[in-house]
Design a protein around this ligand. Structure first.
Ligand code: ATP
Ligand code: MG
Length: 723
């Protein structure tokens, strides 16, 4: 046993945490200070020095990707395979528990996991069954409500009926939703957590078994745990002496999804015999990046307060680019990445981080034009794509006829003459008789309720599913997937010319066959689960994360939320504008605004060597070009750390963007404009000056014209002052 290998790469404070005696531990420290590293080394320490069996290790990470990385690093240090350890996300681990103990959890053995999109679809259908107008009450709202309750550990039976009409309605839908899920054997993400909690809570024997098993429990990103996750951890730690958690209150960014920063305070209360270690040295970022991060976060109140320092030099300044519009912004970013790659760096070292998924499109377009491989995390991920979901729905229905959501999805995809009327009749019967859609369809046929043609079409569909199951019974997983894609009619359907991007879709379907072939059943140690069912769960749990292509050298695109815990040499923080970042909903709410600021802190601290921040003066919103203004976060950054670049061009001309050129500006004298002044522009007509920013060549003014507001750079704009 070579303990220097474990402790040599650590500083003193990190070493204290890693080698602490067996009690609970809270490592509270800022970004890039080595929290995740401490967790990894702690686990290795436990195994090598304290002879803890890998079986007794439980480690919770925030994403599946992080879990894989952690496992890899541990195995590298241990120089052995460590597959016996339970490392995963809360959802992944809850899923594993429920699979192992489905009976005790009162779930069908082959229960299926609904990802967020499936859940929304199911709710939509339920609302339609209940004859609730989904325009008036969007399914998404119900989804939020239900998940919020579950995250707080509340089932419909725990909620009291109130007099409020709206609350009554929500509660009724929640109840109906529970019944529907129960009947069809499906489990949504929030349910995974709640069920796993209830399982351990209600079953004393099982609880004790796992309490004995997990002698050490480790949690990364502890600041973002919600109530049910916290309670679940506490169930597993009866003596409160074996929880090792690391976190950073300044990086709490999931308050909107029920995460409770109070969990850190609660931990300090509930785990009396714990030690706190603070780490203060940052190993990730240059001095300038770290100062920028500190500069931002100090604008928040009520922080636990930590200081971070680095030995690294300040390095390059932070480059701020004021783009003309979103296209120009994307061009700038891609241009910079090109330079980066040309000077011998890898594409995967560059990350583009944005506030919301929809922002990725512009960057994808420019990256494609530049023929630069990229990978989008989040957004429409592989397992979320329509063609993939359709193929999976066939497979799911084959595995479980009660899976209403899947039946609903494919009953007429590809089209096979089953019309809305038939579908309505099926739903009606299913609802009134509490049947699954599958059974309802049979009922309609057996009772000869449907007109002949409809009955024939429906019967053919039911037969198709039965036949697919029979024909593939002896197949391996990937053969099964391939057969189903080909014989369900999907392949033919997507081969038609009229299908948009049909070539991509076919490629994706083929990729699904590859994914099935690569799926290693051995790693899923769920007893008794069919390989197909295991693969389907894997697909559901991976949806919302990475795409299938893991290994290429690609530029990385993701939301700020997804970037948590990661680091990249080159980072672009894009769309840093009021209304986007901070988001519109957060601007007037102090708590939300502070969460946005923490998100900004997370974004900045992902960067190791170089950070670019960009914003656009005009942005297409809902199909209209709208004047945008730079985010308050930019103004909060210590200005001496920034260098601003602006493209030289005629900004006053509407939306013709030339390739930016980062050279000189046309210098002009002091401002001749005043706020509130009326001015005339040849193209836009007359308007009133709302804001003036910058000076000289960088001066720009916001003018409210009749139809729209626009930012114009005075150095390039002909304006007549109207008296
Ligand atoms: P975050 O808050 O973003 O999750 P973190 O606190 O988990 O960050 P790590 O990701 O563990 O930080 O570490 C940040 C970087 O610093 C990594 O590249 C890590 O390898 C490196 N690092 C951590 N500790 C040391 C150390 N003692 N010596 C050298 N490098 C270190
Ligand atoms: Mg970390």
């Amino acid at each position: 046993m070579d303990i220097t290998k474990i402790i040599a790469p650590l500083n003193d404070a990190q070493r204290t945490a890693v080698t602490a005696s067996e009690k609970s531990m809270l490592v509270l420290a800022g970004a890039g200070s080595g929290k995740t590293r401490v967790l990894v080394h702690r686990i290795v320490w436990q195994i090598q020095v304290n002879a803890v069996s890998p079986q007794s290790i439980l480690a919770v990470t925030f994403t599946n990707k992080a879990a894989r990385e952690m496992r890899g690093r541990i195995e590298m240090l241990l120089e052995t395979n460590a597959s016996a350890m339970w490392i995963g996300t809360f959802h992944g681990i809850a899923h594993r528990l429920l699979r192992r103990h489905s009976e005790q959890a009162r779930l069908p053995k082959d229960f299926q996991v609904l990802d967020s999109n499936d859940q929304q679809r199911l709710i939509k259908r339920l609302l339609e069954d209940l004859q609730i107008d989904t325009k008036e009450l969007p399914p998404k709202e119900i989804q939020w409500f239900i998940n919020e309750q579950k995250d707080a550990g509340l089932r419909s039976k725990h909620l009291v009926d109130s007099d409020d009409k709206n609350a009554k309605r929500f509660l009724r839908i929640y109840r109906e939703y529970e019944i529907l899920c129960e009947r069809t054997g499906v489990v949504d993400f929030a349910e995974l957590l709640l069920r796993a909690y209830e399982l351990l809570h209600d079953d004393e024997h099982l609880r004790e078994q796992y309490q004995r098993r997990f002698s050490q429990i480790h949690v990364d990103e502890f600041q973002d745990t919600n109530k049910i996750q916290y309670d679940w951890l506490t169930l597993l730690s009866p003596n409160r002496d074996n929880l090792f958690v690391v976190g950073d209150d300044d990086q709490a960014i999931y308050g909107w999804r029920g995460a409770k920063i109070e969990n850190i305070y609660n931990f300090q209360k509930h785990y009396p015999n714990h030690e706190v270690v603070k780490l203060e040295q940052n190993y990730r970022s240059t001095g300038a990046i770290l100062k920028a991060a500190n500069g931002i976060i100090q604008n928040n109140q009520g922080r636990m307060g930590k200081s971070l320092w680095t030995e690294m030099a300040d390095g390059e300044k932070i480059t701020v680019y004021a783009a003309h519009d979103e296209k120009d912004e994307a061009k700038y970013v891609v241009e910079r990445i090109k330079l980066w790659v040309e000077s011998g760096n890898k594409r995967e070292q560059a990350a583009i981080l944005y506030r919301s998924n929809a922002q990725s499109r512009q960057f994808e377009e420019q990256l494609m034009l530049a023929k630069m491989p990229y990978k989008v995390y989040g957004g429409l991920r592989f397992f979320d794509r329509a063609e993939i979901k359709n193929a999976l729905a066939y497979l799911r229905l084959i595995a479980n006829r009660n899976d209403d959501a899947s039946l609903d999805r494919i009953i007429n995809t590809p089209t096979r003459g089953i019309g809305l009327k038939t579908l309505d009749a099926i739903r009606e019967v299913a609802h009134s008789r509490q049947f699954s859609l599958w059974d309802a369809a049979h009922f309609l046929i057996d009772e000869k309720i449907l007109p002949n043609r409809a009955a024939t079409a429906l019967f053919a569909f039911l037969e198709l599913i039965e036949k697919l199951e029979r024909d593939t019974a002896a197949f391996e997983l990937s053969e099964k997937v391939q057969f189903v894609i080909e014989h369900s009619g999907l392949m033919t359907f997507y081969s038609q010319d009229k299908v948009e991007k049909s070539a991509d879709k076919i490629e994706n379907l083929k990729e699904l066959i590859n994914a099935a072939a690569a799926f290693s059943f051995e790693n899923v140690e769920e007893e008794g689960l069919s390989e197909l069912a295991a693969f389907l769960s894997h697909a559901a749990l991976e949806s919302g994360e990475s795409q299938a292509d893991e290994f290429d050298d690609c530029v990385q695109l993701m939301t700020l939320h997804t970037a948590k815990g990661l680091e990249f040499p080159l980072v672009f923080l894009v769309g840093v504008e009021e209304g986007i970042f901070p988001s519109q909903q957060s601007i007037y709410d102090k708590a939300k605004l502070e969460e946005e600021r923490r998100l900004c802190y997370v974004g900045i601290t992902r960067a190791m060597q170089k950070l670019h921040i960009t914003y656009a003066d005009n942005r297409l919103l809902y199909g209209k070009s709208t004047a945008a203004s730079k985010s308050r976060f930019l103004k909060e950054l210590p200005q001496e750390l920034l260098e601003e670049v602006r493209p030289k061009r005629e900004v006053s001309r509407p939306v013709t963007t030339k390739t930016p050129n980062f050279l000189a500006f046309k210098v002009e004298s002091d401002s001749r404009y005043k706020m509130g002044q009326r001015v005339h522009h040849e193209t836009f007509g007359s308007g009133v000056i709302q804001t003036i920013e910058g000076e000289g060549a960088k001066e720009r003014i916001l003018i409210k014209f009749n139809r729209e507001s626009r930012w114009l750079m005075t150095a390039y704009t002909e304006l007549t002052v109207v008296n």
